[in-house]
Every structure is written in structure tokens, then in C-alpha cells.
Write a protein that binds this ligand. Sequence first.
Ligand code: B4P
Length: 192
Amino acid sequence: MLNIVLFGPPGSGKGTQSELIIDRYGLTHFSTGDMLRAELAAESELGLRAKSIMEKGELVSDEIIIGMIRNRIKSESQAKGFIFDGFPRTVAQAETLDKLLEELGMKIDVMLGLEVERQELIDRLLKRGQQQGRSDDNLATIENRIKVYGEQTTPVMDYYRTQGKYRGVNGLGSIDEIFNRLTGIIEKLNKP
Ligand code: B4P
């Protein structure tokens, strides 16, 4: 079983690289961003609560996120492995994930951190905003997402670093180049 946390600031390529990793290793995808956007599209009560928070670039509460993820992990406990994309985003989420996995006899094997500088993040997300019209891909919200990432999400990197599981990866270059860097690390995981 292989369980990966794909980590990085907004726009670092987590969603993009997750799809390629899933194709290669047959993992089950957990994107809390995608799950929240599905709730928004369905206009569920949870979606309505999350909408204004996401549009401001703030984090949705740990309570909502943990409730959402707990049900899905339990219902997919037969999976070959998981890729967590955009989750955990706070230390409380990381601690809960560790406990949940432990209850199921599983653990996180590695956190792969995509490292991309600020201006490149802004350029990518503005471009996606123009192409796809995502309501949180505008300059004011992007700048707040990056700020919130620095304040609330970077401590999660230290959480996994302390466990010896963090591997930083240069997130600049072509999508294929970055994928090769990531698979280079994954392939070495089970080798002495
Ligand atoms: P997410 O959906 O997770 O969005 P994101 O961090 O912006 O990253 P995303 O995966 O979409 O972008 P990617 O880097 O792949 O979160 C959205 C919001 O949901 C959050 O702000 C928050 O409010 C809420 N939320 C989600 N999870 C939460 C949690 N656990 N707790 C609390 N709140 C939560 O790619 C960006 C762009 O770059 C794409 O257009 C892509 O085509 C492009 N790109 C990718 N790789 C590239 C490359 N190598 N070169 C050039 N462009 C590239």
C-alpha cells in the first residue's frame, strides 16, 4: 500500500500531478478542493457554508473538512493506496489523518512538497482564472490564499518533516519533468 500527501502552495501543480500519479500507481484520489467544489455545485448545506470562505481564499473549518474526509476514507478502506491532494492543510487535519489511518492499520509513507516561487503561482492561477473562470482565481483571493498557506499550512510541512517523511521537489519546469522528479522519489520508497 502506498499513501502519499501531495503538498504545496496554491497553484503549485498538486491537482495536475495527482492525476498523473493516479494513472501510474492506481491510487485513490482525495482532493478536498474538488470535494468542496462538488458540494458547491450541488448547492448542499455544506457547499453553501463553504462558498464565501473559498471565495475569500480562507480555509474551510477543520470540523467540516475532517467530517468529509473521515467518511470517505472509511468507505474506501479497500483501496490500493491514497493520494491526498490539498489535504491536510492544518496541523489539526494532519493529526486527525494520522489517527484515522492508524485505526485502519495504515500510515502516510511520504509527503511530496512542490516548491514554486510566489510570482509563478500568481501567474499560473491568473491564467487558470481566465481559462476556467474559477471564482477564487482572481488576484485579491490568490494573494490571500498564498498568505493563508504561509500562516496556517506550512506548519504541516514541519509536522511530516519531524516524522522524516517530507521530500521537497522543484515544482518549476514542464509537467513531465516534475512528474519524473516525483516518481523518482516514489520508486525509491520501498528500496533499501
Ligand atoms: P484547492 O482546490 O486545493 O486548490 P489549490 O491549492 O489552488 O491548488 P490546485 O490543485 O487547484 O492547483 P494546481 O496547483 O494543480 O483548494 C481551493 C480552496 O478550497 C482553498 O483555497 C480552501 O478555501 C478550500 N480547501 C481545500 N482543501 C481544504 C482543506 N483541507 N482545509 C481547508 N480548506 C480547504 O494548479 C494550478 C494551475 O497551474 C493549473 O491551471 C495548472 O494547469 C497549472 N500548472 C500546473 N503545473 C504547471 C507547470 N508545471 N507549469 C505551468 N503551469 C502549471
